[in-house]
Design a protein. Structure first.
Length: 219
């Protein structure tokens, strides 16, 4: 079990890190993948209203489990941040606040069908390796246009940095930042526990943080 007090402590330390990097206004999405519903309750208790999940089934079961708790209303604003499967969109369409991992036209079309005018971020592959998701940088403009034509609200771009030392992420974060500015997109979701400083220095408006708030993920 993870307590609100523990998460609040770590959130305080995280805010200090963000602040030192110049990111006082950066939004924090608490990433609870791999942890139980208690982690979501603890996040909300610590003042983190935005929660990110990677798997549709996990998001659904945590949401259901929170709804089943008597008394207070415990739903966070859910951000979907993982590899999205087209056939899972319907199940979570009514729950998701921002779809952060839209990386191909078929996903955009299906989200538009199940959650008309939903807010999305276009995920870009800045690591140059497969497995972490994202469209190639050369496809951003086309995909943004496809999302808009489908009636979706494109708020910005999202990316996952490459594994390894945080500095390795800088060129990709910078590319993302330049692309977002060129397209007039306000939100930049980049930076995780290990590389939030580099992300903030390169203009992140939103960081997605798991281990720095909840500790190591259970296997
Ligand atoms: C797991 C995950 C995070 C959080 O990673 P940490 O290193 O635990 O902070 C952020 N974004 C995405 C897309 C993730 O899959």
């Amino acid at each position: 079990m993870i307590s609100s007090a523990e998460v609040a402590d770590r959130f305080g330390a995280l805010r200090e890190r963000l602040s030192r990097a110049g990111g006082d206004k950066v939004k924090v999405v608490a990433v609870t993948k791999g942890f139980g519903p208690d982690s979501v309750a603890a996040a909300i208790g610590a003042g983190l209203a935005d929660v990110g999940e990677n798997y549709a089934q996990e998001l659904l079961s945590k949401s259901n489990s929170l709804s089943a708790q008597p008394g207070i209303d415990l739903q966070p604003r859910w951000h979907f941040i993982g590899r999205l499967q087209r056939n899972k969109i319907r199940k979570i369409a009514s729950l998701v606040h921002i779809w952060q991992s839209v990386d191909r036209p078929e996903l955009a079309s299906e989200i538009a069908r199940r959650a008309p005018s939903a807010t999305v971020l276009v995920q870009v592959d800045i690591a140059g390796k497969d497995g972490r998701g994202g469209c190639p940088p050369s496809e951003i403009t086309r995909l943004v246009r496809h999302c808009r034509d489908a009636g979706l609200e494109v708020a910005g771009l999202m990316a996952v940095g490459p594994p390894g030392p945080p500095e390795l992420a800088r060129p990709g974060f910078r590319l993302l930042s330049t692309q977002a500015a060129d397209l007039g997109l306000p939100e930049l979701s980049m930076g995780m526990s290990a590389d939030i400083e580099v992300a903030v220095e390169e203009g992140a408006t939103m960081v997605r943080v798991g281990t720095a708030l909840f500790g190591a993920r259970p296997r």
